[in-house]
Design a protein around this ligand. Structure first.
Ligand SMILES: [Zn+2]
Length: 328
């Protein structure tokens, strides 16, 4: 352990798309890095060695994976997620050892104590919830707004869930992958589910929303998903995109963007304050991210988990790794 580190026994780690990207390429997100580290960046555990920190042995903690510096202009402005040292990818489990393991050692300054009302599995899902929470903030959504979410993954589900809680009058999901549709319907809190591949989708969006959606969340990161969002948003409306992609350049209908005064906003991670608020959201019972988990696997089940998540036929929505889970 380095000065300032604590050691935890890992209780639960969420499995995410950015891990799949590294699993496929065999590399970390830092191009200079060979990828010789354990992944796992969304996790909680029990303190075994508090080092010199104020934590005590037995405290339950959740880690924020963002390795922000705390000193640059962005950090000082409370925009730690945009820290000049982080650059979108300088996270635990992206550039150094993460928590697909039984133990984890990392900086105490990134650990937050958990209340007993937050389960281990909920805590492993704080990260997608914080992404959804930050995106809803950036959208400037108002009471009674009509909201569309393009995509059906965990962040899409959580954005719909939060938008509903925040007072949207209509929350719809647009999706193209039928593999996940049944699961999305079963778990989701959406008012309706629309086919993003429908050639008449613009007319359908218009009809369902009675004139276009005030806010559209794009949670896929593809040309077709952004095009669907552009078709759905009403003039003067807002698209918040949280999807990112291996191919970073995708086309956009710039005329529609300009002539309809559409606000297109990128959204990544969240601020440190929002991270703390996300823990409170779960602790208060306002949202229960655990309900979106379809599978819990042990460390040895990770290979199969990645194979399932990249299968075109498996309906799995969200997998959480727990070291004490039973092997299938
Ligand atoms: Zn910084």
């Amino acid at each position: 352990m380095k000065p300032g580190d604590i050691r935890i026994r890992v209780s639960a780690t969420g499995v995410y798309g950015s891990d799949i990207h590294m699993w496929k390429t065999g590399k970390g997100w830092n191009p200079d890095h060979k990828g010789d580290f354990w992944m796992g960046h969304k996790f909680c555990g029990v303190v075994e060695d508090p080092g010199t920190s104020d934590f005590k042995v037995g405290d339950r903690v959740v880690f924020w994976a963002n390795l922000y510096c705390g000193e640059c202009d962005m950090c000082r402005a409370g925009q730690e997620h945009l820290c000049r040292d982080v650059n979108g990818t300088n996270h635990i489990g992206f550039v150094c050892n993460g928590a697909y393991a039984e133990k984890f050692v990392g900086p105490a300054r990134l650990a937050y104590k958990l209340l007993d009302t937050v389960s281990d599995v909920d805590a492993a899902l704080i990260d997608p919830l914080m992404v959804a929470y930050h995106a809803v903030h950036l959208s400037n959504m108002k009471l009674h707004d009509k909201v569309l979410v393009v995509g059906s993954g965990i962040i899409a589900q959580l954005m719909g869930d939060l938008a509903k809680s925040a007072g949207a009058s209509l929350v719809a999901m647009s999706k193209t992958n039928n593999r996940k549709l049944a699961k999305a319907r079963e778990m989701g809190k959406f008012d309706c589910y629309l086919d993003g591949k429908d050639p008449n989708r613009r007319a359908v969006y218009e009809e369902v929303s009675k004139g276009g959606f005030d806010v559209v969340f794009e949670a896929v990161g593809s040309a077709s998903a952004l095009a669907a969002a552009m078709d759905a948003v009403k003039a003067g409306g807002t698209i918040v995109t949280v999807g990112n992609t291996i191919d970073p350049t995708i086309p956009i209908d710039i005329n529609r963007l300009v002539l309809h005064e559409i606000r297109l906003v990128g959204s990544v991670s969240c601020t440190r304050k929002e991270f703390e608020e996300t823990i409170d959201l779960i602790a208060s019972g306002m949202i229960k991210p655990e309900r979106y988990v379809t599978d819990i696997v042990p460390v040895e089940g990770m290979q199969k988990a990645f194979e399932r998540l990249t299968s075109r036929t498996d309906p799995v929505l969200k997998i959480v790794m727990k070291p004490d889970a039973k092997v299938d």
